[in-house]
Design a protein around this ligand. Structure first.
Ligand SMILES: [Zn+2]
Length: 410
């Protein structure tokens, strides 16, 4: 089924984008082309993945189904919990039923989906593994390609184009715009990292890219309430244990009013202790200006201190150096809240009374990820304990208790 139509069409007097399905008229920009002597209308909502307009045809991906053997290699055995999840996923795919996996940070989500991928490809199902974040897509695609060496996998994001026929796709959510009713299975990693509340068209995109009968598997460590309301009908599976069978580190609270104009002994002592104990430390800020001020206050006392934030020109360089262990202490904003893994790491959240519960859970989730260093400290420095701080700690403890009860941690 190959579909061809204009990129932007007029229906009952309203413009519709065939790429992103937007019908919001403010998304459509009109101008008069002098050369063609015609009115041109294009969609601004999805212009970043390729401009579509009322003049040119768009060719959507042709849909057919092809089976593949889809062998994979795993250099280790799945944990008890991973095996449990893996079976649930295969069953959901077999019945084309959707699932929400509430898996704690460090549960080993990627490996849980391997058997499901194999099952789906053996049945000839078209599959997509998507994330709202390009860095997650790159990271996950490297691991999946390494395991599924014989498969033709399309990795799609801003700087990576389609090579194969789209039976096995790893992509950012936005890249799904180019597929219509194509996928039998879509797995969404870090589903809460895409701004559902801000951009409801993204959830629509999932639906449009899927066949009428489909299976969606949504994965998150911190399901937001907005999402839970939208998908009330979904079966939710709690996966409370980390793959290495150690509990999640529970945040500790300590009172400290941060003064951005003056060095504070309590903070300095903490940082120096971290260095003495040869731990790596991420210090989280919710404000870039405060972060830079504190950097200048402490840089002479703390060797190799650095900072990184999302608009930092040297961001990728710095993160690379961080992974290599060049900096023992790093000041950062929420850009390192997800997707960053390193051994011997502790975290400090400054002004934690200004953070959301889910952010605290994600930040705490950076600690103790590696089997060779499964423990660590999560310290929240605050000007007064808030409800989100308590909620974060409560949800972490609850998951630990559940994991214990099921015998999935020691
Ligand atoms: Zn559009």
């Amino acid at each position: 089924m190959k579909q061809i139509s204009k990129g932007v069409t007029l229906k009952h007097g309203r413009w519709i984008c065939s790429q992103c399905h937007s019908t919001r008229q403010s998304h459509f920009y009109q101008y008069r082309s002098v050369i063609l002597d015609k009115k041109i209308v294009y969609c601004r909502n999805c212009v970043n993945i390729g401009r579509v307009d009322n003049m040119n045809d768009v060719f959507l991906i042709e849909t057919h189904n092809v089976k593949s053997s889809c062998h994979y290699q795993l250099p280790f055995e799945l944990s008890e919990q991973q095996q449990f999840a893996s079976k649930k996923i295969v069953t959901a795919i077999a019945h084309l039923r959707s699932l929400l996996l509430h898996a704690v940070t460090g549960a080993g989500k990627t490996e849980m989906i391997f058997e499901g991928i194999k099952y789906a490809r053996n049945e000839g199902l078209n599959i997509a593994i998507v994330s709202p974040r390009v860095d997650v897509v790159i990271e996950v695609s490297m691991r999946i390609k390494k395991a599924f060496v014989d498969e033709d996998i399309d990795v799609l994001h801003q700087s990576s184009q389609q090579q194969f026929d789209g039976h096995f796709v790893i992509a950012t959510v936005h890249q799904l715009y180019r597929f219509k009713q194509h996928f039998d299975l879509i797995i969404v990693d870090e589903v809460d990292a895409f701004p559902l509340s801000v951009d409801p068209t993204l959830m629509q995109t999932l639906v449009h890219a899927s066949k009428f009968k489909h299976c969606h598997i949504l994965m998150t460590a911190t399901p937001p309430r907005v999402l839970m309301r939208q998908i009330k009908h979904l079966e939710v599976i709690a996966l409370p244990a980390r793959f290495h069978r150690y509990p999640l580190p529970v945040p500790r609270f300590q009172f400290l009013k941060i003064n951005p104009h003056k060095k504070q002994y309590k903070l300095l002592k903490y940082l120096q202790q971290q260095i003495e104990q040869q731990r790596y430390t991420l210090v989280f800020f919710n404000n870039i200006d405060v972060m830079k001020r504190l950097f200048h206050l402490y840089k002479n006392e703390v060797p190799s201190l650095t900072y990184v934030y999302s608009d930092d020109a040297l961001r990728f360089d710095k993160i690379e150096r961080l992974r290599r262990g060049d900096h023992q202490i790093v000041f950062t904003t929420t850009i390192l809240e997800r997707g960053f893994t390193m051994a011997y790491l502790d975290v400090l959240i400054l002004n934690s009374h200004l953070f959301e519960a889910n952010a605290i859970v994600q930040i705490a989730g950076r600690v103790g990820r590696k089997a060779e260093a499964p423990t660590g400290l999560v310290l929240c420095m605050h000007e007064g304990i808030t409800l989100p701080m308590l909620q974060a700690r409560h949800s972490i403890k609850k998951m630990n208790k559940l994991a214990q009860k099921r015998g999935w941690i020691d």
